[in-house]
Design a protein around this ligand. Structure first.
Ligand code: 8X3
Length: 265
């Protein structure tokens, strides 16, 4: 660990093995932050860590920053508590918690929703986010600094047919963020959401349970956001001067004007 370790900021990112989480990890890494990366797929995290470290070595731009990875399913309270507990005290409080782990399952009307899909979505997007928040935020509060950003969605603003359960989870994320901002106001901890529309990640592949063709067709005839676009927004939110608190950024592709409202060519 380099001597200036404690002077550089640390970002803890959930769901860091792919998509927005992975792109955001890279964004902060390139700017010299320490990273704490959590995901279920530890092999993907190991590969990401290797790549990031190699990039610095190859470019000769090593900044002395460190990466800690852990296999964490945010739904599993014990795994969240143990991963945070095992993080050396020198890493705490993290400057930024990015609650990114989240997913959708299926596109069914509410009355036709699959109970297992419902559990998976609400357990991850709401209860998982709470599990992580509960272990990370007390150290921020104690130190009187830090920032929590939750990845919400256009689906946290508007509903669409077939999106009821996923939208409920993201409306829930927005409610949690607003309450947290009020609760943490006296303690110097900032809270916000980033709300992306269509992003070209594994999101649709996961929603449609591996049906690659159906997943691809979601983005037919338009250019969706790329994970890097959202990473830039998150990076911007996290690097404002201390007195600036961005509550929410809603970001969509040019070809989208709201949930389910897209222009295809
Ligand atoms: C996902 C937003 O527009 O792909 O959070 O359903 S969308």
């Amino acid at each position: 660990m380099s001597s200036d370790f404690s002077t550089r900021p640390t970002a803890l990112i959930t769901g860091a093995s792919a998509g927005i989480g992975q792109a955001t990890a890279r964004w902060f890494w390139e700017r010299g932050w320490n990273l704490v990366l959590w995901a279920r797929r530890i092999d993907r995290l190991e590969e990401l860590k290797r790549h990031l470290e190699q990039d610095h070595r190859a470019a000769g731009t090593g900044t002395g920053a460190c990466i800690a990875i852990a296999e964490v399913d945010v739904r599993d309270r014990a795994s969240v508590e143990s991963a945070y507990g095992l993080l050396p005290e020198a890493w705490k409080p993290v400057q930024l918690l990015l609650n990114n782990a989240g997913l959708s399952q299926g596109l069914n009307a509410v009355h036709e929703s699959d109970p297992e899909d419902v559990d998976r979505v609400l357990d991850t997007n709401i209860k998982g986010l709470l599990n992580v928040t509960r272990v990370v935020v007390p150290d921020m509060k104690k130190a009187g600094r830090g920032q929590v950003l939750h990845v919400s969605s256009t689906s946290g603003k508007e509903t669409y047919p077939g999106g009821g359960v996923y939208c409920a989870s993201k409306f829930g994320v927005e409610a949690i963020a607003k309450s947290m901002r009020q609760e943490l106001l006296p303690f110097g901890v900032k809270v916000g959401t980033v709300s992306p529309g269509m992003v070209d990640t594994e999101f649709s592949l996961v929603r449609f349970k591996g049906d690659a063709e159906r997943a691809r067709s979601v983005y037919d005839g338009l250019e969706p956001l790329h994970a890097e676009d959202v990473a830039e927004v998150i990076g911007f939110m996290a690097t404002r001067p201390d007195h600036v608190q961005i509550a929410d950024i809603l970001v969509m592709p040019k070809a989208q004007a709201g949930s389910g409202m897209v222009h295809r060519t």
